[in-house]
Design a protein around this ligand. Structure first.
Ligand code: UD2
Length: 347
């Protein structure tokens, strides 16, 4: 059907009018007055709603707790980094206060744990002790990555806590199992974990919880100081030292030596970390180079540039074979003694 020029013009004018009316309606209905992190929204029915994107912690006003002090406290350890991130040690935080701040937020904590090959034997203790010490009273979702789903033990979990088994292929090299974790963490966050306010911790399976690990560990990007090197000079840290690797940390560089066996934070932060470490690991592999301690080396490089917003002391990943140092009042999570030759697919 052919339209005359006059009719076409009328049609165009009418469409423009309609679009104009629609635009006015939408912009009136959802008018946003932005004042930085405070904004006002005028809803479709004309009500005004003020939103505050708060970066401070909100406590219940009825709570009573021990008066904090800035002149007395622990003097045997350093509880802040040079970029002013807290270093969490026993005695530097109030667990009751922190729990009552986070409880009303109804947060969820995802946990990833890998149990490939003989490492399935560690799952039972890991899961059972997590039920006793890890984020008690909060929503916890454990993701177990394994090549033997039928061997994942049935562990009774409290309300609000659940476990999902994810199948992964077996591998003939332990280095590959350890390193592929970053790729799987990246994919898990992209495909299954969407809520931007939730947190994730990625933990080694050959470990047990012995004490509280809870809300004091929450922050944007969280690293754990390795128990083996925290009293050493940085020249002795086992960073990747070959400049051709993307995990390279040069002489005179590096803050602390962090664990590959425990790290975490907000989903979007950990996603960025996992994605970067994975792509650097793969780019290195294409050039025939594997960093000294696989993903742990890439994580250390990442944390040198992207400073963690909270650092957990070695209380959060000790090793059973190490006698406890005096500054470690409590061991919260610790690697069990294991015979590498017996449990790894290669030596
Ligand atoms: C250190 C790190 C570990 C990783 C590794 C270097 C700590 C305490 N540990 O531990 O995180 O950075 O050095 O690659 O920081 N796994 C399996 N099946 C295997 C082998 C490994 O499932 O056959 C998984 C398992 O979750 C294990 C993790 O990979 O906990 C790390 O491997 P590891 O425990 O053998 O490495 P380890 O103890 O030398």
């Amino acid at each position: 059907m052919q339209l005359s020029n006059g009719k076409t013009l009328t049609l165009i004018l009418l469409s423009a009018l309609l679009l104009g009316v629609l635009y006015c309606y939408i912009s009136q209905s959802y008018r946003v007055v932005s004042l930085g992190s405070v904004w006002e929204e005028i809803t479709a029915d004309g009500r005004s709603e003020v939103h505050i994107e708060s970066h401070h912690l909100v406590a219940p006003d009825s709570l009573q707790y021990k008066q904090p002090s800035i002149v007395s406290g622990r003097t045997d350890v350093v509880a802040v980094t040079p970029w002013l991130a807290p270093v969490v040690w026993e005695g530097t935080f109030n667990p009751v206060l922190l729990d009552s701040i986070y409880k009303p937020q109804n947060i969820s904590i995802a946990v990833t744990v890998f149990a490939v090959g003989k490492y399935v034997m560690f799952l039972k203790d890991f899961l059972e002790t997590a039920e006793q010490h890890f984020f008690i009273g909060f929503n916890v979702h454990v993701y177990v990555f394994t090549d033997q789903p039928t061997k994942v033990p049935q562990v009774k979990m409290a309300a609000g806590r659940q476990l999902t088994v994810c199948s992964v292929p077996s591998s003939k090299r332990w280095q590959e199992i350890s390193a592929r974790r970053m790729e799987l963490i990246q994919t898990l966050i992209e495909e299954k974990l969407q809520n931007r306010n939730d947190f994730i911790f990625c933990l080694d399976v050959d470990s047990k919880f012995h004490g509280r690990w809870g809300t004091e560990s929450l922050s944007g990007l969280v690293a754990v100081i390795h128990p083996g090197y925290y009293r050493d000079d940085r020249s002795r840290f086992p960073y990747e030292r070959r400049p051709e690797s993307r995990a390279y940390v040069g002489p005179g560089q590096g803050d602390f030596y962090y664990c590959g066996g425990a790290f975490g934070g907000l989903l979007q932060e950990v996603h960025q970390l996992a994605k970067t470490c994975r792509s650097n690991f793969e780019a290195d592999a294409k050039e025939g180079i594997e960093a000294a301690w696989q993903e742990e080396s890439h994580l250390n490089r990442y944390m040198w540039i992207n400073k963690p917003s909270k650092v957990l002391s070695p209380e959060y990943l000790w090793q059973d074979f190490k006698p406890r140092n005096p500054e470690v009042y409590i061991v919260r999570f610790s690697g069990v003694v294991k015979n590498y030759a017996e449990i790894r697919p290669n030596v």
